[in-house]
Design a protein around this ligand. Structure first.
Ligand SMILES: [Zn+2]
Length: 276
């Protein structure tokens, strides 16, 4: 079984985009693409977890029912897509957890850190999640990339604690679902989704999923809402590197995802969690 997390956020939320969009230009648009994403999952008989930025539920509360009523799961992706290691964020995060709980009627049991920003500096988040009855996290990328990654972390699900975010800690109660990685030209690289799904040939992603299946470990994939519905992403100008990472082959994401969903079985983290 494979796990699919859709990071449901607006076009101005990604870290490489946010600083280049003024406050008044931040107009919600991604809610318009939800039906298309739900249809993609429906026709492939797949379930997913929507790690949702809380702000989207405030402006468009109907999102919650649409997601839940089709058997998918809602998870937390902070209220405004803030990096966990931002200065003095801990106190704010506590308030955000409560706010999200209200917005989702207590339905969220899973968390994904924006830009996979769970690291030694921000591991306080694990204790906060446990205090708020969360069951799992999926924020660890066991490879090094330019923006994130914990290269020594375990690749299969494990019990994570704030003092040990890399390996199974028997005293832990929160399950970590690390993102899928693969070997490419002798290096371990992320292969779970986003830019890497767009950049790498689909064959490499498929082989990575198969190699996880062989050892009976769920492969954990992610995709951003704005990658599946780029038609709602305004054509903005970004610095060249940000432009490349954000938009490279973005128009191919939907069909690539469709192929993966057709070939492999995907479910939500909650459904999988309940079986282990
Ligand atoms: Zn995100």
């Amino acid at each position: 079984m494979n796990l699919l997390g859709i990071d449901f956020e607006d076009w101005y939320h990604p870290e490489l985009v946010k600083p280049f969009v003024s406050q008044e230009d931040r107009k919600p648009a991604m809610f318009k693409g939800l039906d298309k994403i739900l249809e993609l999952l429906r026709k492939n008989d797949s379930q997913a977890t929507f790690f949702t930025v809380g702000e989207l539920l405030k402006s468009n509360p109907e999102i919650l029912d649409k997601i839940i009523s089709e058997g998918h799961e809602i998870g937390f992706h902070t209220m405004n897509h803030t990096r966990l290691d931002s200065l003095n964020y801990e106190l704010e995060f506590r308030k955000e957890l409560k706010e999200f709980e209200k917005l989702t009627d207590g339905k969220s049991i899973g968390f994904r850190a924006p830009t996979f920003s769970l690291n030694k500096k921000s591991s306080w988040v694990i204790d906060e999640l446990i205090k708020n009855r969360y069951k799992y996290d999926s924020s660890v990328m066991p490879a090094k990339s330019s923006m994130y990654g914990i290269p020594n972390a375990q690749k299969s699900p494990y019990r994570i604690t704030s003092s040990n975010i890399e390996k199974d800690d028997p005293s832990g109660t929160l399950i970590e679902f690390p993102l899928m990685v693969t070997k490419f030209l002798g290096k371990t690289i992320p292969a779970a989704g986003g830019f890497y799904l767009r950049f790498l040939p689909l064959k490499i992603i498929k082989n990575a999923i198969r190699s996880y299946q062989k050892i009976n470990t769920p492969s954990t994939l992610y995709i951003h809402s704005w990658e599946l519905t780029p038609e709602y992403f305004p054509k903005i100008k970004l610095p060249i590197k940000n432009q490349f990472i954000t938009f490279h082959k973005i128009e191919k994401t939907f069909s690539k995802m469709n192929e993966l969903l057709k070939e492999f079985e995907f479910t939500s983290f909650e459904t999988y969690y309940k079986k282990i």
